[in-house]
Design a protein around this ligand. Structure first.
Ligand code: NAD
Length: 436
């Protein structure tokens, strides 16, 4: 794998993938990102001047632009992460989720298929040329015809894209172009498509889909489209469904960074309901390694669950963060208040529903800042991933457990206020979203 087109590479997980691909795997990366509120180019500071890395500001729904980027960059893999990703925002405004997650994924599939059809067939009839990625029962066979026509209907959708690509020409020379059978379209999805678990059981790849929020429904829909493009047109796709991520460069609206940063500001730490909802946490760099393992060695047409076997209640997560902060940055020490708190940020901060707790009660431990707020509507009770298939078949294993990962994360936020202070001041200051 030499040239990877990453969508959503300015986001939390996408930026970890770009950093890993460029610095560890030494592959060419084209990062295509619209830079919504969640896109943060400073997350890519480490690689921004690396000659292997290129950024293109673009919307994945812009079909003509995407087709031109495929033709110009000639990827041998697409890692599709661009999405609207916050459940609470999907409750407040589902339209953007339908547009980006469903229509955007369709657009990427359409352009990938047209591009893939221009690639050469391999001489051995569909086997991947460099080890890994044995063909799936039907996926490899369909690749044998180089994707020239649909395995089922024989139709040729999106020929206008193929025309566009051939009109634009192929800047990479013949031997640099990937073989059709080597190409992968990797769709990055979530465990939330499986719905909610009770006290027992784990999500497996065969668990029926049962999405509950506009976000998870839009992701489920995109997963179905991706598999349909495999079964109908033979496009070599892989899908991963991952549990909750945490780690460096996580946008301040999500639970873990929100709690760390509110705590540093001595603001209330809001927990939905009783805090007994359970999530299965994975350190983002473990996820990035898993994704690259799957795109390199996963079988076309297969789904892989990714998870860290780290189930925690939301209350347990928040208490752990408080305990780590009590140790690393004790209250009453050198804890400086951020610009959000001191009001010196460039814009106003709608924190009307959050309070600074220092004025109302004595704070000895960060745990004293914990407050319980009305639950999120339709809040799934428990997610837990069975990652056996990925571990057993592809040899991936998470390197961090929750305790080691959360300590690294808290330390990262303490050391990198240059990254989060401008975001918290200008874009998101900790206000409550998703009341419905
Ligand atoms: N965060 C998690 O815990 C988690 C867990 C499992 C799966 N996922 C999935 O992983 C992917 C990445 O998640 P994340 O947490 O990094 O998301 P994120 O919200 O941090 O980043 C999304 C990125 O996509 C970009 N984007 C949004 N709409 C776009 C469009 N129309 N065109 C181009 N770019 C666009 C944004 O600018 C942003 O950079 C998503 O597909 C998400 O569903 C996330």
């Amino acid at each position: 794998m030499k040239r990877v087109l990453v969508t959503g590479g300015a986001g939390f997980i996408g930026s970890a993938v770009c950093r890993y691909l460029v610095t560890e795997k030494k592959v060419h990366v084209l990062n295509v990102d619209k830079l919504t509120y969640a896109g943060v180019l400073s997350s890519l500071k480490e690689i921004e001047s690396n000659p292997l890395y290129r950024f293109e500001k673009a919307d994945i729904c812009d079909r003509e632009k995407m087709a031109a980027l495929f033709a110009d960059f000639q990827p041998d893999a697409v890692m599709h992460l661009a999405a609207e990703s916050h459940v609470d925002r999907s409750i407040d405004g589902p339209a953007a989720f339908i547009e980006t997650n469903i229509v955007g994924t369709y657009t990427m599939l359409d352009c990938a298929l047209a591009y893939w059809r221009t690639l050469q067939k391999s001489e051995d009839g569909g086997q991947r040329s460099e080890g890994g990625g044995q063909k799936s029962e039907d996926g490899g066979q369909r690749a044998e015809d180089g994707g020239q026509k649909s395995a089922v209907s024989g139709q040729r959708p999106a020929m206008d894209n193929a025309q566009l690509i051939s009109d634009l020409g192929s800047p990479a020379s013949g031997d640099q172009r990937p073989l059709a059978a080597d190409f992968r379209f990797h769709h990055i999805s979530t465990d939330e498509v499986y719905g909610s678990l009770g006290d027992e059981g784990l999500f497996e790849e065969t668990t029926p889909y049962d999405p509950r929020s506009p976000y998870s429904a839009s992701k489920a829909s995109s997963d179905h489209l991706v598999m349909a493009w495999h079964h109908t047109y033979g496009l070599p796709v892989v899908i991963t469904n991952c549990s909750n991520n945490y780690g460096p460069y996580h946008f301040p609206e999500k639970l873990i960074p929100l709690v760390i940063l509110n705590a540093l500001d001595e603001m209330e730490l809001p927990i939905y309901g009783k805090g007994d909802n359970i999530r299965d946490w994975l350190y983002v760099e473990d996820h990035a390694r898993a994704l690259v393992t799957v795109v390199e060695t996963g079988k076309p047409g297969e789904t892989y669950n990714v998870g860290g076997r780290n189930e925690r209640t939301n209350l347990g997560v928040v208490q752990t963060i408080c305990d780590v902060l009590d140790e690393l940055r004790p209250l009453g020490g050198s804890c400086g208040k951020s610009e959000v708190e001191s009001g010196t940020g460039e814009t106003s901060h709608p924190t009307s529903n959050l309070q600074h707790s220092t004025s109302t009660k004595e704070i000895k431990s960060y745990r004293d800042l914990i407050t319980f707020v009305t639950d999120r509507p339709g809040h799934d009770m428990r997610y837990a991933i069975d990652a056996t298939k990925l571990e057993a078949e592809l040899g991936w294993k998470a390197q961090e457990n929750f305790e080691s990962g959360i300590r690294r994360t808290v330390q990262w936020y303490l050391d990198n206020d240059w990254w989060w202070k401008p975001l918290r001041a200008a874009r998101y200051a900790g206000e409550r979203l998703g009341r419905a």
